[in-house]
Design a protein around this ligand. Structure first.
Ligand code: NAD
Length: 247
């Protein structure tokens, strides 16, 4: 199957921020590859709803699945223009509770939040470089977190993985230019199933953030769409926290 439309793969796109990004890029004219670890029926239903879209299941802790995900994404329409590394996991651990941040927590978070995005970019490199041959650089957007920029976040291991993802973004922007642009969006609090019961953080955003609210998934999707639309920006970490960092 060939398409004249650009193609975007969004990992973790059956819920929350990823689903909003997929909907936004589809409405911007992209053919979309949806992905999740387990919600196959939701992914297939969303693919039918969006029209020019397919769904691929893959466990991003498994390197063979990472390789298969990129292969199937590229095979779907014979091209890949945009990779959004949105899938990620979090653990809520008070920062002062060092014992709770076990080696298993560190390695689980590192594998999904750092190693998986790197491996997906490596596997997609050839296809993303081909995008430049068609006239526009390939584009990678990593979804990190304000916790990777400031000393905040659900836990120290989570914040450290997002800081690593931000640094990887800049390193790869340098290595892969000019064929591939690499940027990150670093959200503050976003209203998703993951944060539905984070009442304390919700209160902070309502009372202290200059914009007086947390982000909707669509706010983050808009920031992603802005970075995708530019053919010039690379190595940027776009903090999307309603201005909380200013306070
Ligand atoms: P979510 O739990 O709704 O989505 C996470 C997605 O990641 C799911 O689709 C899940 O299938 C996928 N995923 C997790 N582990 C996986 C694995 N091993 N293999 C394959 N897929 C896997 O959460 P969300 O809030 O929409 O978060 C999306 C991204 O945004 C994450 O990277 C998260 O760290 C980041 N983020 C979220 C917030 C927030 O407030 N919600 C804030 C800052 C950053």
């Amino acid at each position: 199957m060939k398409t004249a439309s650009p193609v975007a793969l969004i990992t973790g796109s059956t819920s929350g921020i990823g689903a909003a990004i997929a909907r936004r890029l589809a409405s911007d004219g992209f053919s979309v590859v949806l992905h999740s670890r387990s919600s196959v029926e939701i992914g297939q239903a969303l693919a039918r709803e969006l029209g020019s879209a397919i769904y691929v299941q893959a466990d991003l802790t498994d390197d063979a699945d990472r390789v298969r995900l990129i292969r199937e994404a590229v095979a779907a329409w014979g091209r890949l223009d945009v990779l959004v590394n949105n899938a990620g996991i979090s653990r809520v651990i008070p920062h002062a509770d060092l014992a709770a941040a076990t080696p298993t927590v560190w390695s689980d978070l590192h594998e999904v939040n750092v190693v998986a995005p790197f491996r997906l970019i490596a596997e997609a490199e050839t296809a993303l470089r081909d995008a430049a041959q068609r006239g526009r650089p390939g584009s990678v957007i990593n979804i990190s977190s304000h916790a990777g920029v400031r000393p905040k976040g659900a836990s120290i291991p989570y914040a450290a993985t997002k800081a690593a993802l931000n640094h990887m973004t800049r390193l790869l922007a340098l290595s892969l230019a000019p064929d591939i642009r690499v940027n990150a969006v670093a959200p503050g609090l976003v209203d998703t199933p993951l944060t539905a019961d984070w009442t304390q953080a919700q209160e902070v955003w309502k009372t202290r953030a200059p914009m007086r609210r947390s982000a909707s998934p669509e706010d983050i999707a808009q920031a992603v769409a802005m970075l995708v639309a530019s053919d010039y920006l690379t190595g940027e970490i776009l903090l999307s926290d309603g201005g909380l960092n200013l306070t």
